[in-house]
Design a protein around this ligand. Structure first.
Ligand SMILES: [Zn+2]
Length: 466
């Protein structure tokens, strides 16, 4: 039985899917005008773990996450770079897949893009206008917030509270300061689409309502995103969707906490903006992922090198213990006297499931993994090794690895040490002497992949790192 904290009710609830055995999940995705920063990596990783655990519990998960591929930031960037919006979006969508792929995030069932759903968005807005929930004004279309009586239910604010902070910006012709934009009239030099309301483009909030409806239907099981999206983005999504679909939009709302950089808020002005694309060149992405899930998803996380270093050594401890178990496999025999170890392993698996069932507490799940690794280290000191015990250890390590998405072995693209390079150069020299040019070229290419450049000098072949 899985319980999860539902932002909508502000309490932990037992999870029950709409259709048995199937979970429909929607996670707000990035605006693709740049590489993703570490704050975008957190929801990508955390909700990937949620998905993996639901799958482990036997659910089929339909996981939808959008790309915002047209908005003010993309238009600004397009002007700066003198490139079409679409070219920039395509570039950063490719980079997104590359970066989250390195972080072992499973590919979404679907990643809808605004540009591919323009007709659906226009139709949805038109239907909201027909029902009196939206209106055209001065080339824009606005949502009539007061008409949706439940407005504020997610962020737990009343319309009167909200009214205090609401402003009508210059150029907006709203009936009420609380109304928000569904369709923005195009400025002369901006990318735009034809619509019954005139040339323009969608406001930000409408895309998620439309894509969730299009991909998953009127009501979804879990809607997730960062805490900062709770208001107004998710509140507006609820208003649009429930007004349009005449059904609850999402049964469970999950929100992940902020990420701070060395105890400071991440911001461009502080110059502490960490892009995943850059950081995974310095930090093993497996370590970065392990670090991210070492804190419960609703708690804030503090990113600094010391804490990442601690995660690195923690992961190494787990991996070393797994390797020790694997090494004993070859000498294992069918002995029956060690079955109490199997009971202990099973208890740790129970512990893992109990904490994951409790609002996906990955921090405690990692504690269970450490416990397994301690038990493994104790076991390998035994004089004899049981095939059954080794097999059970390996199965449970694999479960933890699959659910948390952290591989049991480090990938092989670790940088070559100088001595490895020297050995390869020597092997290449030998290959050339033996006229085995294929092997010689192979080695040269392998070194080139690692940015190692070979130079023929009077003293023989030297190398430098590029
Ligand atoms: Zn959204």
């Amino acid at each position: 039985m899985i319980t999860l904290y539902n932002t909508l009710t502000r309490q932990k609830e037992t999870f029950k899917s709409i259709e048995p055995g199937k979970v429909k999940m929607y996670v707000c995705g990035p605006t693709v005008y740049n590489y993703i920063h570490i704050g975008n990596a957190r929801p990508a990783i955390n909700y990937d773990v949620v998905r993996r655990y639901l799958e482990y519990q036997g659910y089929e998960v339909i996981y939808v996450s959008n790309f915002t591929d047209v908005d003010d930031k993309l238009i600004k960037r397009s002007k700066e770079l003198n490139e079409p919006v679409n070219t920039i979006a395509n570039r950063y969508i490719d980079a997104f897949y590359e970066d989250v792929g390195a972080l072992n995030v499973k590919k979404a069932t679907s990643n809808p893009r605004v540009m591919n759903h323009m007709d659906d968005i226009i139709k949805f807005i038109k239907e909201l206008i027909d029902e009196g929930y939206a209106y055209e004004s001065g080339g824009d279309v606005y949502f009539r917030t007061r008409k949706f009586e439940d407005y504020g239910k997610l962020s737990h604010q009343s319309l009167n509270d909200l009214k205090v902070g609401a402003r009508i910006e210059q150029g907006e012709q709203k009936e009420d300061a609380l109304d928000f934009t569904l369709w923005k009239q195009a400025k002369p030099d901006e990318i735009s689409w034809d619509s019954p309301f005139g040339k323009g483009r969608p406001g930000w909030h409408i895309e998620c309502s439309v894509m969730a409806y299009h991909e998953l239907g009127a009501t979804i099981d879990i809607h997730a995103g960062g805490t900062d999206l709770q208001f107004p983005h998710h509140e507006n999504e609820i208003a649009q969707s429930e007004a349009h679909n005449h059904a609850p939009f999402a049964n469970y709302w999950m929100h992940n906490g902020f990420i701070n950089i060395d105890n400071e808020k991440m911001s461009k002005s502080l110059g502490n903006f960490v892009l995943v694309h850059d950081i995974i060149k310095e930090i093993d992405p497996d370590v970065l992922r392990f670090f991210m899930i070492s804190v419960h998803y609703r708690s804030p996380i503090n990113y600094n090198m010391e804490l990442v270093g601690a995660a690195k050594s923690g992961l190494e401890r787990i991996r070393n213990s797994y390797q020790a178990i694997e090494e004993r496999e070859t000498i294992a025999t069918n002995i029956e006297t060690q079955d109490h170890y199997i009971d202990e392993i099973n208890q740790i698996l129970d512990q893992f499931e109990t904490v994951m069932n409790d609002d996906f507490n990955t921090a405690n799940a990692i504690t269970a993994w450490y416990d397994l690794s301690k038990l493994a280290n104790k076991y390998v000191l035994e004089n004899t090794t049981s095939t059954k015990v080794i097999a059970r250890f390996k199965e449970v390590y694999q479960i933890f690895s699959d659910v948390l998405g952290v591989p049991l072995k480090a990938s092989n693209n670790d940088e070559l040490l100088d001595e490895d390079v020297e050995a390869l150069i020597e092997e290449r020299n030998q290959a050339r002497q033996n006229k085995d040019f294929a092997r010689a070229d192979e080695i040269r290419d392998q070194l080139k992949e690692q940015n190692i450049i070979l130079e023929d000098t009077p003293q023989g072949v030297r190398f430098k790192r590029g």
